[in-house]
Design a protein around this ligand. Structure first.
Ligand code: GLU
Length: 388
């Protein structure tokens, strides 16, 4: 490891419930930062204006805090390289766009959605992979002003260099090579002036001096585009590590079909953060020995980038239940009662506020059943039997 301090980031898009996969990425980055004495940045990638919301951002921060994942820089805490919300960085991005346009590394494209669709269809009929044909690649000034006069609002496209090999030395996947020819000039700024993910992410990672980009495998296919932008702007490429996909029990990509995918759902059912952290750490990282139960400190000690797994990780709910049962047994009956209470209220056992007699009774119920339950909501099933 070189002397430069590691800088990692977690960069969620606040577009919906905070997914277990996002929590796993955040955790891995946090563990690495803690392990190697680095810094973790929390950046909000909210350039999808329609789908992003402050409520989702709050939900992410809340879930991270619940899991005990803290960040050294980023939204709320600030830092040297802010602002940390992408919609507050638009002026910064536009400076780089101007540079790319001036150097002819990017160009304005006036093609309409309909025109692009026709092009796509034609390519598909010919058996080609759809890609931008380059129709606006060499427009003259005159052609441009004509199109502007028609009232067309351009996007900015990145001019992908031809015949280039893009080599990514991924710490998880090894050397992965892509051909620039298959990529096609891609949009970096939409017609409303908002940059797309692949562009903003590069500028932010570079400007925030991120040294290691550790993220989900599904972003591996985006990485060649990002590397081309780093190269065009003469920016230093970070180290990439694409951590394995999370699959459901049937080995297809984990989705709602497989059960709860949002961190909040586990929290609400009475899973404990220690168990969720322990479980997530084992999804795509393998310790050297047989140990499966890890405290946070043990995880920080044992975690290593070298042991990030290439193979997909299977989300095994039985294992999560087993781990959670372990931590539930160690917790105080009072604390488990707090988690079970909303479920007991919902099931009609008690009303809030509970009386002190009810508290005594329920605490004794919890103390008795604590040995047998996997998560706090299950107290309800047992309370039914214990009442009389
Ligand atoms: N905002 C992206 C996401 O949530 C981040 C991807 C990345 O880490 O580069 O998927």
């Amino acid at each position: 490891m070189d002397k430069q301090q590691m800088r990692l980031r977690f960069a969620p898009s606040p577009t919906g419930p905070f997914h277990i996969g996002g929590a796993r990425s955040a955790l891995f980055n946090w563990l690495i930062a803690r392990k190697y004495g680095g810094k973790l940045v929390l950046r909000i990638e909210d350039t999808d204006l329609e789908r992003s919301s402050r409520q989702s951002e709050e939900n992410i921060k809340e879930a991270l805090k619940w899991l005990g994942i803290s960040w050294d820089e980023g939204i709320d805490v600030g830092g040297e390289y802010g602002p940390y919300r992408q919609t507050e960085r638009l002026t910064l991005y536009s400076q780089y766009t101007t540079q790319l346009l001036e150097n002819d590394q990017a160009y304005y494209c006036y093609c309409s959605e309909e025109e692009l669709e026709v092009e796509r269809q034609q390519q598909m009929t010919k058996g080609e992979t759809p890609h931008y044909s380059g129709r606006c690649r060499h427009l003259s000034e005159g052609e441009r002003s004509q199109l502007e006069m028609e009232g067309r609002k351009p996007v900015v496209r990145f001019r992908v260099p031809e015949n280039q090999e893009i080599v990514i030395n991924d710490i998880v996947r090894g050397t992965v090579t892509f051909e620039s020819n298959g990529i096609g000039d891609f949009v970096i700024v939409k017609s409303d002036g908002i940059p797309v993910y692949n562009y903003a992410v590069v500028l932010d990672d570079a400007l925030m001096k991120i040294t290691h980009v550790i993220r989900a495998e599904e972003h591996l296919s985006n990485t060649p585009r990002q590397v081309l932008i780093y190269q065009a702007l003469g920016l230093t490429t970070p180290v990439f590590g694409h951590i394995s996909l999370i699959l459901g029990a049937d080995r297809s990509k984990m989705s709602k079909r497989h059960g709860a995918t949002a961190v909040e759902q586990y929290r609400n059912r009475g899973y404990l953060p220690e168990a969720v952290v322990n479980f997530l750490a084992l999804l795509g990282w393998s310790p050297t020995g047989d140990q499966e139960i890890f405290s946070v400190d043990e995880l920080i000690g044992a975690f290593s980038m070298e042991r990030l797994a290439k193979n997909p990780a299977v989300f095994d709910i039985d294992k999560l239940n087993w781990l959670n049962a372990h931590y539930i047994r160690k917790a105080s009956p009072d604390s488990i009662l707090e988690l079970a209470l909303p479920h007991l209220v919902e099931a009609g056992f008690v009303k809030i506020p509970i009386s002190s007699e009810e508290r005594v009774w329920l605490t004794s119920v919890v103390a008795t059943v604590q040995e047998y339950i996997s998560y706090a909501a299950q107290v309800v099933e047992h309370a039914a039997i214990k009442r009389y």
